[in-house]
Design a protein around this ligand. Structure first.
Ligand code: FAD
Length: 384
């Protein structure tokens, strides 16, 4: 497998998890796809190999390092797993791990984080049936009671919801006044939590999505993540990392596909020569490479900015998401076109295309990334 240029330490982590994914995820991926389930065994095995310890400080039970290490390990899984859906389920969990480490208290670090590093499954639940782009319209409501909170509401289309153990839930606490958006960490095995049936999606069938219904769910006082009422600020930091991961994963996922199609283009002949000799074919192949390099570079630049807490982090992470998901869809189409009719027979190539389309919506649509890019540009101009 070819790997885009990376420093030696990152290459080692990427290669380690690419190999683990090739061993534990890829062989079971088609079976999981047909059954439309998340492969929990593969999930537990990657956790046992320390996937979720990357980037987590050693005093919290992690391996130390930076969030780039976790991102690199997940990119390795994307490259070796042959399973985009499984990798997107990892992204939903990765955001929660990072959020707990950065914004969590000792209570979160002691009571929530350890299980999530060992193989429990996390979800990040923002979207509700009435809309996902405008997250601040959330109707999920927390009401303070003597010894904690009672949470009511419904979340929809949430990655991992049918199987997750813990979720970050965006809601509001009206008693706080105008700034009332608040993040709640919920044990999904609590009384009052009900899950919807898994949704039937066009693709990403190894990444189950569904609803989470909350009916007077009791939460201890400590279950709030970040400051009550300041949930949006915390949330933007959390989703920025997810967005950068989408870009990085898109690049990594395409690498082995590009190797395969290059081989195909050397073997397949038309008009007396291998099709790689035809310029229009070369154009499609180079476009895939350009997507890989640009998505990867901007994603890493976004993660660097997040680590440095630099103001351009949010803008770069939105560009990473946009370039990654749009580029992935275009590349999946190119992979299909390059293989002619064979590319349209139901199988790996058509699954890639169906899976890729989901990334245009999951993690925020392209329109929302553009909106954020412009908002960030205008904010930077005002602050100059
Ligand atoms: C595979 C998959 C996994 C998902 N996983 C999760 C998850 O784990 N957690 C979670 O919270 N959600 C998840 N979602 C939901 C996803 O985040 C939302 O579907 C997405 O944010 C869009 O929300 P919506 O579907 O309600 O569309 P809407 O917000 O109703 O938007 C509809 C259309 O209008 C456009 N639009 C809206 N506002 C504007 C505007 N101001 N300017 C221009 N265009 C605009 C949108 O871009 C879109 O094209 C997932 C979705 C998918 C497909």
């Amino acid at each position: 497998m070819s790997v885009a240029f990376m420093p030696p330490q990152e290459t080692a982590l990427d290669e380690q998890f690419a190999q683990l994914a090739a061993q534990h995820v890829a062989p079971r991926s088609q079976q999981a796809y047909d059954a439309e389930i998340l492969d929990r065994l593969a999930w537990r095995r990657l956790a046992a190999h320390g996937l979720w310890r990357n980037g987590v400080p050693t005093q919290l039970g992690g391996n130390g390092g930076t969030w780039k290490d976790l991102a690199t390990a997940i990119a390795g899984v994307a490259r070796g797993s042959d399973d985009l859906g499984f990798t997107l389920s990892l992204i939903a969990h990765a955001g929660l791990i990072r959020a707990l480490v950065i914004h969590g208290t000792d209570w979160h670090h002691q009571h929530i984080l350890p299980a999530l590093m060992k193989g429990a499954i996390g979800a990040t639940a923002l979207t509700e049936t009435h809309g996902g782009s405008d997250v601040a319209r959330t109707r999920t409501t927390g009401r303070r009671i003597e010894d904690g909170w009672l949470l009511n509401g419904s979340k929809d289309h949430i990655t991992n919801a049918p199987v997750a153990d813990r979720a970050l839930i965006l809601g509001r606490a009206p008693e706080l006044g105008r700034r009332d958006i608040t993040l709640f960490i919920v044990n999904l095995h609590s009384p009052g939590v009900r899950r919807g049936t898994p949704e039937e999606l066009l693709g990403l069938r190894t990444s189950p999505t569904g609803a989470i219904h909350l009916d007077d769910v009791f939460l201890p006082e400590q279950a709030i993540l970040g400051k009550p009422g300041e949930g949006l600020t915390t949330l933007y930091d959390i989703i920025s990392f997810d967005r950068a991961l989408y870009g990085l994963v898109a690049a990594a996922y395409l690498e082995p596909r590009l190797d395969d199609v290059l081989n195909f283009a050397h073997q397949r002949e038309a008009f007396g020569s291998p099709i790689i000799d035809h310029q229009y074919v070369q154009g499609r192949i180079t476009d895939i490479r350009i997507t890989i390099e640009t998505a990867r570079a901007i994603s890493l630049a976004g993660i660097d900015a997040l680590i440095a807490r630099a103001p351009e982090a949010s803008l770069r992470c939105s560009i990473a998401k946009l370039v990654g998901s749009e580029g992935l869809v275009e590349a999946a189409q190119n992979l299909m076109r390059l293989q002619g009719h064979v590319g349209y027979i139901r199988g790996t190539i058509t699954r890639d295309l169906q899976d890729a389309l989901g990334t245009l919506i999951a993690g925020g649509t392209t329109e929302m990334q553009r909106k954020n890019i412009l908002n960030q540009m205008l904010a930077a101009r005002d602050n100059a």
